[in-house]
Design a protein around this ligand. Structure first.
Ligand code: FES
Ligand SMILES: [Fe+2]
Length: 375
């Protein structure tokens, strides 16, 4: 990345340009981000209610490789690296419910608590102790039903990263929500473009003119590794304009939260959008400098999901989330292609791009000098 272009991106917003193209297109930047940003911090995986019963398990491809969540027979939720301790084959291939996991390669098997159950043909192995050959745990912490993992044993606790986010969202009572829907999109763009997009309403009046339409937002102060804007609207924007959101405002929602929808980034790569009646996430899994996987997940208060008409009432939310998500993904893939131009030069930012600028600098601040030359 060009030092002068980096310096121009660091000027005060009304003088600043966007990031050099290499921030989004250079494989070496991505390698450094993986080590210093993505593996170093907490990564959102799923809701605890998605693995509610003993034996329930879900698999994930993460920046740290394949992992799976499993609810043990003892009721405990655990996360393991998804490889067999014999010679490393992928162990769990599908989401589902199992009493044990049997490797398809040589039939080593494991209990739901990760311990080794059986290992045929290992009687002659010397100094081999089954107790040392259980599945490799991945560090996991849960906040309000949201499951996070990290590949960094030295990462401060999740609560430090979340800062005052739990306070901001307390009156939404996220711990009482359940996930009822997800969709996964394969996106040919850099992971940071997806985050930047959801943190500015500059584009909504044009890109989303036939769906959600123009929006206004204000930037809120945060403490911790997260950022927040509030898209102001007296009604939930989780269904399209012209519709009436069928679900009530969450009981006890505080005055501030009633003013609109919080759009957040939980660094490094997760976003929660929190409206007056529901919550949806945009969880980005970076795959390569120009390839990401975006999962959108929708959550509602548990009591709402138990009403007789829930499936019908929730359908417009799912349609809106996927429609707008696909509109964004389309433009982001165009942006990625154009950023590869041999004559690309960073363009000037709008006052409405404040979060775009600060998201970029959160990442830049964590990269080594070999990747981020100082002017
Ligand atoms: S790799 Fe799993 S049993 Fe051999
Ligand atoms: Fe958008």
């Amino acid at each position: 990345m060009d030092p002068e272009q980096l310096a121009a991106a660091q000027l005060t917003l009304n003088q600043a340009s966007s990031m050099p193209a290499g921030f989004y297109t250079d494989p070496a930047v991505f390698v450094a981000e993986r080590e210093y940003v993505l593996l170093a911090n907490w990564i959102f995986l799923a809701r605890t209610d998605q693995v509610a019963h003993a034996g329930d398990h879900r698999t994930f491809e993460t920046v740290g490789g394949p992992v799976f969540l499993v609810r043990g027979d003892d009721g405990e939720l655990r996360c393991f690296a998804n490889f067999c301790r014999h010679r490393g084959s992928l162990l769990v291939l599908e989401d589902g419910n199992s009493k044990q996991f049997v490797c398809l390669y040589h039939a080593w098997s494991y209990r739901t608590d990760g311990s080794l159950l059986a290992c045929p043909g290992m009687t002659a192995a010397e100094n081999f102790d089954r107790a040392d050959n259980g599945l490799a745990p991945v560090r996991m912490q849960v906040w309000a039903g949201f499951v996070f993992v990290t590949f960094n044993d030295d990462a401060p606790p999740l609560t430090a990263a979340l800062g005052d986010l739990p306070d901001r969202l307390a009156s939404h009572r996220p711990q009482d929500m359940v996930c009822t829907w997800t969709v996964t999109l394969d996106v040919r763009c850099n992971w940071k473009l997806i985050l930047e997009n959801a943190m500015e309403t500059y584009h909504t009046g044009t890109l989303h003119r036939t769906s959600v339409g123009a929006q206004q937002s204000r930037t809120l102060d945060t403490v911790g590794d997260w950022k927040c804007i509030q898209v102001t609207s007296g009604r939930s924007i989780a269904t399209l304009p012209g519709t009436t959101p069928p679900f009530p405002v969450i009981e006890g929602l505080d005055e501030d939260a009633r003013q609109g929808t919080y759009f957040t980034v939980l660094h490094p790569a997760c976003q929660f959008a929190v409206a007056q009646d529901c919550l949806w996430w945009l969880n980005v899994t970076p795959v390569a400098h120009d390839h990401s996987v975006l999962e959108i997940g929708g959550c509602f208060p548990k009591a709402v999901t138990e009403t007789a008409s829930f499936a019908t009432d929730a359908a417009p939310y799912y349609e809106r989330w996927e429609l707008v998500g696909r509109e964004d993904v389309g433009i982001l893939e165009h942006q990625q292609r154009a950023l590869g131009s041999a004559v690309y030069r960073p363009g000037r930012l709008s006052w409405r791009d404040d979060m775009v600028q600060s998201l970029g600098w959160w990442v830049i601040d964590r990269l080594p000098a070999s990747i981020v030359p100082r002017a």
